[in-house]
Design a protein around this ligand. Structure first.
Ligand code: ADP
Ligand code: MG
Length: 318
């Protein structure tokens, strides 16, 4: 199958099946065209996933497509952006029709769910690699950044943390238990917090999506904002499935594991009452921003391992 036949069969139908909205011209020309209303900013980001590094070898193609688009879209959620369209640069070792059909099904489902039109792409031969560029818009000046956290702000996270990371221990499981199914689904089918991010635009002082683990990603907010924080380890939201599967180790997954694509945001106390239900429903307050740099932890047991990614230079409060 040639490159163009492959695009026509597996990717053009995805573009054709989705509403185009602000995407004026989709795949088939030299470029796609997106119209940006005068009162909006274009927000865009690119993410690459390489087989064996960002996903396991022989990982099912439908899950791969969903995860790759979800991971890219999560960056839009963290900016409070409304998704518009994406491009896909796909490098494939071979044109395996079963693989392409599974991939295209997963991609179509994810694109429909996240309201992203397929704008175009690039298809090449080589080791399995995907690059996805996502485009969204925010009301002019309204993009949520990492750099706005201020002393006194509440530190909040959405959903529950650690499930997707725990799933890595069970990827090969033939007959998963109900709890294992819960965490596997978090790994295979992450749901970027798009509605929450948009609801927090104009309310949160800073935001980041948790792709590398809570402590590492919160560290990016603290650094970008030039502040510190105290976090209460006893209130980190963990799913019951994770607690049952990992026992007293569950908290370590909640602190260090990536791939959940929840949001970590800071909000001035005075803004908390302005929070739409959409926000309050999903957010747990886990700590407070302070002017003293560094991350201080309270409420943990002596057994909790707080050393890990990006954590060396932080210290523990007695
Ligand atoms: P060019 O050589 O001008 O860069 P290409 O031959 O790379 O164009 O691609 C032809 C058209 O097919 C372009 O409009 C491009 O966006 C689209 N395309 C290529 N690969 C994909 C893909 N995987 N998914 C969707 N559209 C694609
Ligand atoms: Mg090209």
């Amino acid at each position: 199958m040639g490159e163009f036949e492959l695009i026509r069969q597996y990717f053009q139908p995805i573009a054709d099946s989705l509403p185009t909205g602000a995407l004026v011209l989709g795949p088939g020309d030299d470029c796609a065209i997106q119209r940006i209303p005068a009162d909006q900013d274009l927000v865009f980001s690119v993410d690459t996933m390489v087989e064996g590094i960002h996903f396991p070898e022989a990982y099912p193609a439908d899950h791969l497509a969903w995860r790759a688009l979800a991971a890219a879209t999560s960056d839009l959620a963290a900016m409070g952006a409304q998704p518009v369209c994406f491009t896909l640069a796909l490098t494939l070792p071979a044109a395996d029709e079963q693989w392409l059909s599974d991939f295209s099904r997963g991609l179509s489902a994810a694109a429909g769910t996240f309201h992203l039109s397929l704008a175009g792409g690039d298809t090449t031969r080589g080791p399995l690699t995907l690059s996805l560029q996502v485009h969204g818009t925010v009301p002019r000046g309204g993009g949520l950044r990492r750099s706005g956290a201020q002393a006194g702000d509440l530190v909040c996270v959405s959903g529950t943390l650690g499930d997707a990371g725990a799933a890595l221990d069970y990827l090969g499981e033939q007959q998963p238990s109900a709890d294992v199914k819960v965490v596997l689904d978090r790994y295979h089918h992450p749901h970027p917090r798009l509605a929450l991010g948009q609801a927090l635009s104009g309310i949160a002082s800073s935001a980041i999506d948790i792709s590398d683990g809570l402590l590492a990603d919160l560290g990016h907010i603290l650094e970008a904002s030039g502040v510190g924080a105290t976090i209460d380890l006893s209130v980190i939201p963990l799913s019951r499935a994770l607690c049952r599967l990992k026992g007293e180790k569950a908290l370590e997954f909640g602190l260090h594991a990536g791939d959940d694509y929840e949001l970590c945001v800071t909000i001035a106390r005075s803004q908390w009452s302005a929070m739409p239900e959409e926000g309050e429903e999903h957010l747990t307050v886990i700590g407070t921003i302070e002017s003293e740099p560094g991350l201080r932890l309270t409420g943990g047991s002596e057994n909790t391992d707080v050393a890990g990614t990006g954590f060396d230079h932080f210290r523990r409060k007695s």
